[in-house]
Design a protein around this ligand. Structure first.
Ligand code: C2E
Ligand code: CA
Ligand code: CA
Length: 329
């Protein structure tokens, strides 16, 4: 059992006339500590009041965004390093804000998780992703799976397996076309319940990736018990390879360990050719990152077929022990 405390501090000044007001501000500071990552303290100040108002505003905007269907999904290619082929696309949520344009999940997903709206939005993402998997299939993308991020909150709902089944059925795709991503920390937050739900979803034929691997406890014992097909090494490590020896060592160790356990490894956040060459030398299975492609709209992705694009740069070394790399698609 891991526990932590988020602490809010407010100091008595002449401005306070009532104890309740002091408690209210300490509460605001505590909520700030929570949203800043928990397990820390924050001291109340006047800016915090303004931020609280901004937060309430954002929350109201998000509720409206759900009603007005302002959310959309973009898809980032995942490439197999041995063949150079497109093997999957990751569904990534975007908010088409009427004034601010395209807003990325880093700005709002934590709030959706906090207030539970992620359950509604996540269901829409899942259904949209399944429908897009069908479109990809019809457009001739053989074997390309669509991978969907599922947050911890969604795993607390025992109806998740039914939802997955209904999304597959509605789209008319085989379960191998859909993959789910769960972060290591989400999987660990209620291990037994998560495991039970994962097994039920596995029984439908849908496989899992453990996302952001290496960022929390990374317990080997737990990893072995998760019914996952692959792990995704967190961007923070990939960002530093091969120059930072610690990140390079951790990445190599994760790869070796995963391969022994029979898991595929996907490296995310690959931005340059040195990182790619290092990953090839360590027999990483798949890569995702700006070097290959950012997340694309459905139309852009479908269009890739016509351009016969080759995802890996010409300078990419051969995969150890592999034959010649076949061109994409
Ligand atoms: P994630 O699952 O780790 O997704 C990868 C993030 O890295 C994406 O950010 C992607 O655009 C970004 N990325 C990809 N390649 C590179 C690269 O080469 N360099 C850098 N610096 N970044 C790269 P994005 O789309 O902003 O999403 C952020 C996070 O929001 C995701 O992290 C995921 O945790 C969450 N998220 C996104 N969509 C959903 C969703 O539909 N449901 C849930 N529950 N979470 C989502
Ligand atoms: Ca992910
Ligand atoms: Ca990730």
């Amino acid at each position: 059992m891991f526990t932590s405390a988020s602490i809010g501090i407010a100091m008595v000044t002449a401005d306070y006339e009532r104890a309740e007001d002091l408690l209210r501000d300490a509460d605001t500071a505590m909520n700030r500590a929570k949203s800043n990552g928990r397990g820390r303290y924050e001291i109340f100040d006047a800016h915090m009041h303004a931020r609280t108002l901004a937060l309430l505003n954002l929350e109201a905007e998000l509720r409206r965004a759900v009603e007005r269907e302002e959310f959309t999904v973009h898809y980032q290619p995942v490439i197999d390093l041995e063949s150079g082929a497109l093997t999957a696309v990751e569904a990534l949520l975007r908010w088409q804000h009427p004034l601010r344009g395209l807003v990325f999940p880093g700005e709002f997903i934590w709030l959706l998780e906090d207030n539970g709206l992620i359950v509604t939005v996540g269901e829409k993402v899942l259904r949209a992703a399944a429908a897009f998997a069908k479109r990809l299939q019809d457009a001739g993308f053989d074997q390309v799976a669509v991978s969907v991020n599922i947050s911890a909150r969604q795993f607390q709902d025992p109806r998740l397996p039914e939802l997955v089944q209904s999304a597959l059925h509605e789209a008319g795709i085989s379960p191998s076309r859909l993959r789910l991503e769960i972060t290591e920390s989400a999987a660990m937050s209620d291990f037994d319940l998560t495991l039970e739900i994962m097994r039920k979803i596995n029984a439908l034929g849908v496989e899992f990736s453990i996302d952001d691997f290496g960022t929390s406890y990374s317990s080997l014992g737990y990893l072995k018990r998760f019914p996952a097909r692959s792990i995704k090494i967190n961007q923070a490590f990939i960002h530093d390879v091969p120059t930072n020896p610690d990140s390079a060592a951790i990445t190599s160790a994760i790869l070796a360990m995963a391969h022994i356990l029979g898991l595929e490894v996907i490296a995310e956040g690959v931005e340059d050719e040195e990182q790619l060459a290092f990953l090839v030398s360590q027999r990483c299975n798949q890569v995702q990152g700006f070097l290959i492609s950012p997340a694309l709209t459905e139309e852009e992705l479908i269009g890739l077929r016509q351009t016969r694009s080759q995802f890996l740069p010409d300078t990419t070394p051969e995969f150890p022990g592999a034959g010649t790399r076949s061109p994409i698609l």
